[in-house]
Design a protein around this ligand. Sequence first.
Ligand SMILES: [Zn+2]
Length: 430
Amino acid sequence: MRYWDKAIETIQPEELEKLQVKRLQETIKRACHVPFYQHRLQEAGISADDITKTSDIKNLPFTKKQDLREGYPFGFFAVPLKEIVRIHTTSGTTGKPTVVGYTKGDLDNWSDLIARNLTMIGLSDDDIFQNMVNYGMFTGGLGFHYGAEKAGLTTIPSATGNTKRQIEMIHDFCVTAIHCTPSYALHLAEVAEELQIPLDSLKTGIFGAEPWSDQMRTELEEKLRVTAFDSYGMSELYGPGVAFECPEHNGLHIWHDSFLVEIIDPATGEPLGPNERGELVITPLTKEAMPLLRYRTGDITMLLDDVCPCGRGRKIARFTGRSDDMLVIRGINVFPSQIEHVLLSIPEVAGSYMVYVDRVNHMDEMIIEVEINRQFFSGELADLKTIRERIQRALRDVLELRTNVRLVEPGSLPRFEGKAKRVIDRREKM
Ligand SMILES: [Zn+2]
C-alpha cells in the first residue's frame, strides 16, 4: 500500500482530535474576518477559545448555500483580494453563481489532497492521465490537473468534447487513467466500440460530479475494462478531492485532517451517529481564503463504523441523494433514491415510476405507481397481486414504511426530458 503522506493519512484518533481542535480554532479566527461570521458568532456568544474538543462544534452556526449566494461576489473572503490568486464559481441554476476564492496556500493544500487520492488508488509517475472534464470555472478540471501533476502523473488536459479525438489520444498516448463523469465514460465506451478503436492501455477510471450506482460500476468496468473509483467534492470545499474510494471499494475516505465531518438529520439539524443516514455537514479545517463553518452540503450519506484495511481514517458511504429531495413520511425520512433502488432491483419492473404523497385523515400516505413489463401486465391477475405484494414488502424492508403500490401499464407514466420529477408531494404545507 502506497501513501502520499503516510503520517497524516494514518493519523490515530487521539492525535487527530488534537489536530482538528487546533485547526478548528484557527478556522474560527479566520472566519471572524468575514462580517457574516462575525455577526453569527457574536449572536451565538462563542469564540475560538470556547472550542476545547471537536464535539463543541455543535455550538457553532450552520452555513447554507443561500448564505454564500447572498455574499456575492466576495462577501465570504477572509483575506484581502491581493492574497487571492484564483477564483472559481459554481453554477447556479437560478440567479448569481457562488464565488469561491483561493490563496496560494489553498491551491497547495487542494492539489495535495488530490495527490493523496491518486496515490491511494495506485497511480504514480508511471501513469498517463487524461483529464476529460471542463477546465473552465468548474473546479473538476484545474483541481485534478494540478494534483495529478504534483503526484507526478503525465497529465493530458484534454477537457471535454470531441469524443473521437479523446479516444484517439487514449489509444495513441497509451493512457492508463481517465477522469470524467460516469455518463460520459459510457458514451466514450460506445463511440470507441463503433470506431473499433481498442482502449487496451486503460486500467483506472475516476468518476465523479454526478451520483452513480453499483450497477453502473459494473457496466463501466466491463465496457472500459478499468477499475472504477468514486470521487466526491464540491467547489465550496476547494473542489474535487474531499472524499475518494480506496482500493477496498467499500465507502469513501474523507480527509479528516482537512475536513471536520458531521452527519445531521436534515429536518431537525440534530447530529446522527455512525451508520445513520443524513446530511453531510463539513467544516473545512485548512481553508484560508474562504473559511466555512458547518457547511450544509445537502448530500446524503453516513459515517461508516468499520476500520479500513488500508489503514486510513473513517469512511463515509457512497451518496444516496440530496437533502432537498428528502420526504418526511409519518416522521420517517425517505429519500426518492431509496425507492428507485428497490424498484430497479425487481425484474418485473419496467423503467418508470411516480411517487405521490397525500395526507389522509391526518396521516401521510405514499402511493407509488410502477410500470411493469408488458409480459407481466397482460398476465394473470393473481400474478399481478403477487408482484405488487413483493414490491410493497421490498419497499417496507428498506424504508420501514407501509406504501401503497399500484402497477400500471408500460408507457402510461409521464416521460421526462432532463431532470425527472418523479415525486409529487400533495400534502398541504404546514
Ligand atoms: Zn481504505
